[in-house]
Design a protein around this ligand. Structure first.
Ligand code: ZN
Length: 253
């Protein structure tokens, strides 16, 4: 684990609860298929995340330990191969029990990215919190076969915002960045023509949504994505520095 603050290092000295391992294994389809070394890293990330980030409810709702644990675990999966610093900018996670009615204008400058189309419900704010609707989070975790995950989606926006407003170009190495810039327009065009599988059409909204939606597919339906779009899968694998398809293989054996 990289250098962390005092509260986090105290949390790391506390053993990970067996009951939490049980919870994660029961509720998250991918948890049991993590390599032992990945699981250790995940348990570290989760403990740090839980003391470092405020997870609070709105509308009188108060997220319990189970909800906090499940949100933390899914958020941390994205940075399993990256650095915890990718979430420095996540000030808090605000959890609403049900769908939030989004009123007022929708800013499209990448500073606030609201996802209120029928299959997603969440929001990621530049230098601000992530809003998650718990019944969507729970539903996505129950039905991985549908390929959606609002936690992965919103946290992909936060990773994208690590180098400024959400534009679908997260901080990547120079080589990777060049590959991503070259392929993105081609992939977007294919998506708009209905040829990019298994990626939700919402990805065609703009380049920021593209990154967030292909991130969902990468983590939720890795085998399907790798089979249909090997180049896109390879790019995401190089960026996230992990191979969810290998874990998927373990599930299918
Ligand atoms: Zn989005």
């Amino acid at each position: 684990m990289e250098r962390v603050n005092r509260r986090a290092s105290r949390a790391l000295k506390t053993p990970f609860e067996e009951s939490d391992r049980q919870l994660l294994a029961t509720r998250l389809s991918w948890w049991s298929n993590l390599e032992p070394i990945e699981r250790l890293r995940m348990e570290e990330l989760i403990r740090v995340f839980l003391v470092d980030k405020t997870i609070e409810g709105v509308f009188g709702y108060s997220p319990d330990d189970e909800v906090r644990m499940l949100i933390a675990a899914q958020a941390c999966l994205l940075i399993l191969g990256l650095d915890y610093g990718f979430y420095d900018d996540v000030s808090a996670i605000v959890v609403s029990p049900g769908v939030v009615v989004h009123r007022g204008s929708r800013r499209l400058d990448g500073g606030v990215v609201s996802d209120d189309h029928p299959t997603l419900a969440g929001q990621a704010m530049l230098h601000g919190p992530v809003l998650l609707v718990w019944d969507r989070v729970a539903n996505d975790a129950r039905h991985p076969e549908r390929g959606h995950n609002v936690v992965f989606h919103e946290f992909a926006h936060k990773i994208d915002m690590r180098n400024g407003a959400a534009d679908g170009l997260p901080p990547l190495t120079a080589t990777l960045s060049e590959r991503w810039r070259a392929q993105m327009p081609v992939l977007l065009a294919r998506l708009r023509a209905g040829e990019l599988m298994p990626v939700d059409a919402y990805a065609a909204t703009n380049s920021a949504e593209f990154l967030a939606v292909v991130t969902e597919a990468f983590f939720v339906l890795p085998t399907e994505l790798a089979d249909a779009e090997p180049e896109l899968y390879a790019l995401l694998q190089a960026f996230y520095r992990q191979d969810p398809r290998a874990r998927d293989g373990a599930r299918r054996r």
